[in-house]
Design a protein around this ligand. Structure first.
Ligand SMILES: Cc1cc2nc3c(=O)[nH]c(=O)nc-3n(C[C@H](O)[C@H](O)[C@H](O)COP(=O)(O)OP(=O)(O)OC[C@H]3O[C@@H](n4cnc5c(N)ncnc54)[C@H](O)[C@@H]3O)c2cc1C
Length: 411
């Protein structure tokens, strides 16, 4: 039987280890941290958005150009298989708005604990506080790994060390260095799904304000790059929330080319004409503009909005002239923020870049360069928008890597 070493006890490491052990391999997880699955436990704000109900085509599209690489893994272990596994382990799940699937208990901890129990139950050895330094290769074949506490021998190694975001959870980019050392190309790791830093100082006054049902459009100079509909959040440095995180993937490259702005449509359900008609009707009243605005906007936004509109808050609305009304309409449709950059990669939800998919067999997750070396999870150059896609990719590539490592070739 193969000795399979899984480097990293995270979302990808579990299915790799558990599946390989179920198939009879002798499996060891080497985890640098004092605890398993630290990132999984905090995922989805502690609720664990484990997958999505999207159809396969849309699921793959959520990963952008490299999504195609995942067809192989998804055709062997996809959402139904994951949900079945979780159900078997005593973690029922339910789908919410946007097709996001969470454990029914609302606790990511339950997913993590169930997976830990499963891998231990199928005989996986777990060595915590064991950081791997390098992968040992002889004649283009894996022979084991070297940890900071000495070597561990094994003829199969699954590299599941994650990306470089949230380094406190253990993912500090070690896997990229190890993969590069044995000859793999690593596409430069960079933040994906990050909050955005905004230039306008008044943004601080909106800290904590959450907007629902808005349209957020990202511009490079005058060119529209992408748009998202849904929720966003103001923070002390700028903006975050699902729409912003999704758009943030385009920001680092766009900033190299020009000025990047984010336009928020605060009333996307109304056309410009409808909005103007509504204001004409409402402005027949005698209330002050400042007292009228709560009909249109959340309270926290009002002082900043009134200032930016240039319309005095203490003017009766029936005294507002047409050009002022037009300015209000245009601010409601195009509340503009200048983007200075993404928050640092260690605060990103996901890392873009990683081990090149060109050098990994998509059906088995095995390295095309080193026999017996497999990749799983975020260390691979695939990343998606928010919605449960990233965890599904980690689970699927992990499962397939573990299955292949236990089954492949002359064992
Ligand atoms: C705050 C936050 C919320 C998120 N929420 C969601 C969500 O709701 N849905 C979703 O789909 N995705 C979410 N993600 C993304 C998702 O959690 C990751 O994509 C996923 O955990 C990647 O799994 P992984 O196993 O590849 O890496 P990780 O989960 O990072 O696991 C890697 C493991 O490898 C270990 N390791 C690293 N280097 C070494 C070494 N040298 N030796 C030994 N061990 C090592 C680490 O300690 C770690 O335990 C979120 C991410 C963050 C940061």
């Amino acid at each position: 039987m193969a000795n399979v070493i899984v480097i990293g006890g995270g979302a990808a490491g579990f299915p790799a280890a558990g599946r390989a052990a179920e198939l009879g391999a002798r499996v060891t997880i080497l985890e640098r941290g004092p605890e398993l699955a630290r990132k999984l436990r905090i995922s989805g704000k502690g609720r664990g958005n484990v997958t999505n109900t999207a159809e396969m085509e849309d699921f793959i599209a959520a990963f952008g150009p490299n999504g195609k690489f995942l067809y192989g893994a998804f055709s062997r272990f996809f959402r139904d298989e994951l949900l079945e596994l979780l159900d078997r382990l005593g973690v029922p799940t339910e789908a919410e708005r946007g097709g996001r699937v969470f454990p029914a208990s609302g606790r990511a901890e339950d997913v993590a604990d169930a997976l830990v129990k499963w891998v231990r139950g199928v005989g996986v050895r777990v060595r915590l506080n064991t950081r791997v330094k390098r992968i040992l290769v002889e004649s283009a074949k894996v022979v084991g790994v070297e940890t900071y506490a000495g070597p561990v021998h094994g003829e199969r190694v699954v590299l599941a060390t994650g990306g470089i975001s949230y380094p406190k959870t253990g993912s500090t980019g070690d896997g990229y260095t190890m993969a590069a050392e044995v000859g793999h190309t690593v596409v430069s790791p960079r933040p994906s799904l990050s909050a955005l830093v905004v230039e306008e100082a008044w943004v601080k006054r909106l800290q904590g304000l959450s907007l629902r049902n808005v349209k957020a459009v990202l511009y490079l100079d005058d060119k529209k790059l992408a748009q998202e509909f849904g929720e966003m959040l103001f923070t002390h440095f700028g903006v975050s929330g699902p729409t912003v995180l999704t758009l943030s993937r385009l920001v680092p490259d766009a900033l190299k080319e020009g000025k990047v702005t984010l336009s928020i449509d605060l009333k996307p359900a109304l056309s410009e004409e409808q909005l103007d008609r509504r204001l004409i009707r409402d402005f027949a009243q005698t209330r002050h503009f400042g007292n009228y605005l709560p009909d249109l906007l959340p309270r926290k936004l009002i002082p900043v909005f009134a200032e930016l509109s240039g319309v005095p808050a203490d003017i009766p609305v029936n005294k507002i002239i047409a050009t002022q009304r037009k300015a209000i309409v245009s601010l409601l449709r195009d509340f503009r923020l200048t983007i200075r950059g993404a928050r640092p990669v260690d605060e990103a939800i996901v890392t873009a870049g990683g081990v090149s998919v060109k050098e990994i067999d998509p059906r088995t997750m095995e390295s095309k360069l080193v026999e017996g070396l497999y990749f799983a999870g975020e260390v691979i150059d695939v990343d998606a928008v928010t919605g449960g896609y990233n965890l599904q990719a980690a689970f699927s590539t992990g499962w397939v890597a573990g299955e292949s490592a236990a089954r492949d070739k002359a064992l």
